[in-house]
Write a protein that binds this ligand. Structure first.
Ligand code: ZN
Length: 159
């Protein structure tokens, strides 16, 4: 993964908030309540300008199948990058779980952040936390929940 995957960059932008759609937060909450014993992981898709908005969270196979670390399946990762491209969205970061530890970046995560800068969501049994990461380090940021307007033609429905 190289940094030009994040065209707007995070290094120079001191963002304080990550906006996450209600649907994605509901998903993260269900992951938190069913934390299990193996780390789960995936990618965050959305858009960014003066703020960061996450519309979708995809689960990706953890090829390590480990209780203490994760590695995103390269093939599934590629597919999500293609999907984001088709939708004119961006892959903005990763999410993963800490089944047996608090929702803070581990030493391994900090290494991973250097290679995969962006938004990092970490989910523990007790918390869903967001971090912004680049090669210089990371900081925790606030999560703000937003509603995605149902403007897509396919979502027209009679009530
Ligand atoms: Zn971790």
């Amino acid at each position: 993964m190289s940094k030009e995957l994040y065209p707007h960059g995070f290094t120079e932008i001191m963002k304080r908030v990550v906006k996450i759609s209600r649907e994605v937060m509901i998903f993260f909450e269900s992951v938190r309540r069913n934390i299990g014993s193996v780390e789960r992981c995936g990618l965050l898709v959305g858009e960014t300008d003066e703020e960061i908005r996450i519309f979708e969270a995809f689960e990706v196979e953890n090829t390590r199948k480990s209780q203490v670390e994760f590695e995103l399946s390269p093939l599934e990762t590629l597919r999500i990058f293609e999907y984001a491209d088709e939708k004119s969205l961006e892959v903005l970061g990763v999410w993963h779980t800490h089944p047996f530890w608090m929702a803070r970046p581990s030493a391994k995560d900090v290494n991973g952040m250097e290679n995969f800068p962006g938004v990092w969501i970490i989910i523990s049994e007790n918390d869903v936390k967001a971090f912004l990461a680049d090669e210089k380090g990371y900081k925790e940021v606030e999560i703000e929940i937003f509603n995605v307007p149902h403007s897509a033609p396919s979502s027209s429905q009679s009530s």
